[in-house]
Design a protein around this ligand. Structure first.
Ligand SMILES: [Zn+2]
Length: 473
């Protein structure tokens, strides 16, 4: 099984360390942060309309104990625990925290990026931004520095440090190929770049021994500009990862390597296929193998959309997520003109259109779809905002209903990575959820109406309207 922290016992003790020891960090989010007396320890959220990650439950009461959902009770139930803190959320909407299966942390600061930003402070600042935007689980899919395991363990023991972090360690790439070290600012390159199958097995073994949660591969010739990982190397890496019970997610761009990776037993394609329409054969192969697919629609759009100055660029929901230097860049007319005049911009638009069409095909065919954005890898892939935009693109461009998009970004995203403790608000699962003022099932853009974010049974952030990326570092 997928190696994972956050067992029930560990969670309960972590919550108690923070909430029972009287050392809970102070915050400005209001009374809900006040540590409860230890003998109470139970919170009941009454009368909210709950989407549990799989279905709309209507108005119910959530009973929360020791960081977990203990019970989902009918509204008006008269046998709820005595002495609990009670919060009336009539008129509000609750859904599970979003699960991002493909993001990055500790790789950007302002308009700069690179592995020199992989510090606990920077990782935690990214994770607090994700959390403020309702993303309570983040899988950092490669390019993590050597401190990954230590940072993950520290962050996951304290919900005030940000979203829960899992990841792939450095990941496995290609010598002089993807991920491109110079473009990604990798000075002390954390990515293993094996030259043959034996070295690939050794790299996977080393990452497994370091305690990574999964293995990431890059299989991409970067538009013909770089050598691509050879099949014998990724086949060896996949086999070795499976020997260690680790899932393998592969960065791809094109159909041909994606098809061979699926035939080679890869568990997850971590980007959408963007060079051509996916064919029936590959769709059938993915469905029968149970291969997961994370489209990352926003990745190509983010390359040009901000230069186009869409009307929503001015909304506080986006602006609050931007460092000052990024906002200044996007407001600069010369930068925008350059960006739009770049011939690559049309390629990015075409890539998004192909990605949307392929995602629609795979959704209709019943292939497993996960949720990810590649947020945090580069400064214009904005943590928090990218996830809500991804949901909107899924609905507006790939034929998802709002409910299907929400299922994908919560329960399905969790199941794809074998997280069996989250993604749904059901008894025994983590109390990681978002309180909204508007119904996301009616309009997917209502996922942005975040009043509060709860993680491990504690209110940890919100409202999102008060978040300010410019104050985060
Ligand atoms: Zn990525």
């Amino acid at each position: 099984m997928f190696r994972r922290l956050g067992s029930t016992a560990a969670l309960a003790s972590a919550v108690c360390l923070a909430a029972c020891g009287g050392t809970a960090p102070t915050s400005t989010t209001g009374g809900a942060d006040t540590p409860s007396p230890p003998e109470a320890g139970v919170t009941i959220i009454e009368n909210a309309r709950v989407f549990d990650g799989e279905r709309d439950l209507g108005e119910v009461s959530l009973v929360i104990r020791d960081g977990l959902i203990e019970r989902v009770a009918d509204a008006g139930a008269n046998d709820l625990p005595e002495g609990a803190e009670r919060i009336d959320h009539r008129g509000r909407f609750i859904m599970p925290g979003l699960v991002n299966d493909h993001a990055h942390v500790g790789n950007t600061r302002g308009t700069e990026h690179g592995d020199r930003f992989y510090t606990q402070d920077q990782v935690s600042a990214d994770l607090r931004q994700f959390q403020a935007y309702g993303v309570t689980t983040v899988v950092s899919l490669g390019m993590n520095g050597s401190a990954f395991g230590e940072i993950r363990n520290a962050v996951n023991a304290d919900p005030m440090q940000g979203a829960q972090l899992f990841g792939a360690g450095g990941g496995v790439g290609t010598p002089d190929g993807a991920p491109p070290a110079a473009n990604m600012g990798l000075q002390d390159d954390p990515v293993a770049r094996p030259a043959d199958a034996e070295a690939a097995r050794a790299a996977v073994r080393a990452q497994a021994e370091a305690g990574v949660d999964m293995i990431k591969l890059w299989v991409d010739d970067l538009g013909g500009k770089a050598p691509q990982m050879q099949p014998e190397i990724y086949k060896a890496a996949i086999e070795e990862a499976h020997r260690h019970n680790l899932l393998v997610a592969a960065h791809i761009h094109d159909l041909a390597p994606a098809a061979d990776l699926v035939a080679s037993g890869v568990d997850i394609l971590a980007h959408g296929i963007r060079d051509q329409a996916i064919g029936d054969d590959l769709v059938d192969d993915m469905r029968s193998a149970g291969t997961g697919y994370i489209a990352t629609l926003q990745i190509d759009e983010a390359n040009y959309i901000y230069a186009e100055q869409p009307g929503w660029l001015d909304t506080p929901f986006l602006r609050n997520a931007l460092p000052a230097s990024v906002l200044a860049q996007w407001s600069d007319a010369a930068w925008r003109e350059n960006k739009l005049a770049d011939p690559a911009t049309q390629d990015h638009r075409d890539a998004l259109a192909t990605n949307l069409a392929n995602l629609s095909t795979l959704r209709e065919a019943g292939v497993r779809i996960g949720f990810g954005t590649d947020a945090g890898a580069l400064p214009h892939r904005v943590p928090g905002f990218a996830e809500h935009r991804e949901l909107e693109l899924m609905v507006d461009g790939a034929g998802f209903t709002a409910e299907q998009a929400l299922v994908t970004a919560t329960s399905a995203a969790a199941q794809l990575l074998r997280f069996d403790d989250r993604g749904v608000l059901q008894p025994g699962r983590r109390a990681d959820f978002i309180v909204l003022s508007a119904n996301p099932l009616e309009d997917i853009r209502n996922t942005r109406s975040i009043e509060a974010v709860w993680q491990a049974g504690r209110r940890v952030a919100g409202p999102v309207a008060e978040y300010d990326a410019q104050a985060r570092d």
